[in-house]
Design a binder for this molecule. Sequence first.
Ligand code: GDD
Ligand code: MN
Length: 368
Amino acid sequence: MTASRLLSLPAELSVIVPCYNEVSNVAPMVAALEGALEGRAWEVIFVDDNSPDGTASEVVRLARLDPRVRVLRRVGRRGLSSAVIEGILSSSAPWVAVMDGDLQHDESVLRTMLAELQGGAELVVASRHVDGGDSGGLAGRWRHMLSDTGIRAAQAVMPHPLSDPMSGFFAMRRDLFESLLPRLSGTGFKILLDLVMSAPRTVRIVEVPFVFRPRLAGESKLDVMVLIQFATMVLDKLAHGWLPTRFMAFALVGLMGVVVNVSVMNFAGACGLSFSWAQLAGTAAAILTNFLLNNRFTYHDRRLKGQKLWRGLAIFVAVCSLGAVANIGIARMMLDSAGHGHWDRSSAAGAVVGVVWNYAVSSTLVWR
Ligand code: GDD
Ligand code: MN
């Protein structure tokens, strides 16, 4: 079939590419797809969360040259999973593929994926952990640890044991996606895990190897927040929606606050501060980290910025100071009685009271 004839055919494969600040990767990405899918009818939808680097305009420029290229631009939103979901929903081919927009995913695998789907597979996952796959492109030991921890946690709770459940590179039948759609949580990074955890056991899943390439331009958006969001999602799935995600997110952040509180308290104590002063320092550090973490994560969708961030922090600090008084009081009381001089235990008990108080306050006053 000639190239011009193919251009006018409805796509058999929609490739969804979530992107944020990937301006210099867009054109090479389109060229890569063009090469890899030669002779097939495809389309690509770049889902851009209004990147400040002008990723969307770059896609528009290319879309004017090639009708198979489209951009879905979301303003005032962030999130890999929701970007992927909305990208798929905006497309129409019977098969959809999801791949990163930074050239770390080997586009030649798309052809294999499409063949597997057309051969009857319902979901095809490109894996770095089956024979022939490789995660060499993962930057550094920290990323390896992050990835391995995630994989082990995920495998423990999955109905389909995948070798690479954190993969961001997969393809599936559209009707399978449609059937799972109502059950997707749509938060965080791990859209594949979200899909697989919701998929019935009968779904035919195939894994194909791929080599994860190093990133050449731009930078990774995956950080420790992603791990927390991921843990929240696993818990959410395990709880079958009985506990609201936001509450669990808050509890997780609160737990980190307790760790911060106790560590800073110990450090201040070692520096010679009295217990009450050391606990005060710990509490202040915990309040600040809790505020920032909740703003970035728990209330990601209502995130405060600029002026509002400072106002929010002021309210948060003011009301939490009341909680802190209770926190220090309880810790002191514990220390004097049941704690029998156990700083850690007393400090933690005080911090827990503080966290419960913070939740009540933050959901009503700070992040309305
Ligand atoms: N629209 C949108 N919104 N896109 C985003 C966002 C967002 O908030 N965050 C990241 N992206 C895009 C990036 O621009 C990139 O194209 C893709 O999603 C993956 O993001 P990276 O920041 O490059 O992730 P990574 O390379 O660190 O992680 C990759 O490997 C992980 C396994 O270690 C991804 O493939 C992950 O999905 C995968 O789990
Ligand atoms: Mn990447």
